[in-house]
Ligand binder design. Sequence first.
Ligand SMILES: Cc1ncc(COP(=O)(O)O)c(C=O)c1O
Length: 397
Amino acid sequence: MPLDLDHVRSFFPALTSERVFFENAGGSHACRPVVDRAAAYLGGRMEQLGATHRASAEATARVEAGREAARAWVNAREVEEIVLGPSTTMNMFLMSHALRPFFEPGDEIVVTDLDHEANVGAWRRMARELALTVREWKADPAIHALTLEGLEAALTERTVFVAFTHCSNIVGTLHDARAFIERIHDAGALACVDGVAFAPHRRVDVQALDADLYGLSLYKTYGPHQGLLYVKGEVLDRAVSLNHFFLGPEEGSYRFLPGNVNHELVSALPGLHEYVETVGGDLDGFFAGVAAQEEALSTKLLAFLRGKGEVAILGQPTAEGRVPTIAFTSSRQPSTAIVAATDAAGVAIRNGHMYARRAMDAFGIDPAEGVVRVSMVHYNTLEEVDRLIEVLDRVLE
Ligand SMILES: Cc1ncc(COP(=O)(O)O)c(C=O)c1O
């Protein structure tokens, strides 16, 4: 079923007709059921959790419902496999400490030159501290994507851990994460997937993927500013607690989150399911509608960009096999000037390296200017793409 765009947009108080918002890979707007729940928690039910009085029990139940909503969002088996921290960057950092029992000096880990630094820097720092060797899985510069051949070149008999992105936050090309994970497991290593740029556009199923770690940021999937990190139960069982000494294994994922979850934001997470169910049925139905709408948006913008001789599109030049996160450079205009021109016309896009700093070096792009990134989601309209095209047509030769 196609999404009813007027109905969809009515769920986003921040969307207006005056301004076009195409910076969703930076952070999407939050849907109203999420906003309402967070406000209700702060405004009326802000009780400390875990006490025996009734109001505390109610607050605890709301937060627990939020944790369950997070589990269901990624189809994890157990709620305790979900760490709900302040961001994906922080979650990866925490796990780079919790997973230390998995590594011995001389072991090898693999990181990519395409990922956002959140799924690189923490692991590189851990490797330095534990005397591990780091190998780099290089993106294919012809297609700006990770490939099985690239992975093969980075694996050795000593590889114990591989971190890679399901979809780059710049390029937007979808990787076959299932195939990558299978190969990583064959090599006897753990697979840590950054799904931040994937999750706003396609359904995440951590069991189908068989990922060991899978991270996403809920503030890019129409939710609150929280990071959701799935860690497979058997991995968590061997991880070391980061919390107080008296909090034992019965505390589940709380062992990996000193200070515990953010109550008002986690209690808002059932609002994501309410939104999905209202506009798209179940998660599969919703994301089918999302993919169809986003394909139409990408098709239109990419067709325009392909017609501009000075423009180089990163990754897939057509809508297939990608999400509507579209990056390009111009041989005539600095990226900053292009973004300033669209802003003056009321269209919010962005330029820079978007913290995928290593990818700029890999692709020979000046990181100060970086790429121009237009990042759309399902609530954007073809009319909004027309407004962007109108400005770009003036700015680009
Ligand atoms: C692909 C990707 N990974 C990781 C992150 C970091 O997420 P967070 O802001 O939740 O730390 C981002 C943020 O933009 C991202 O786009």
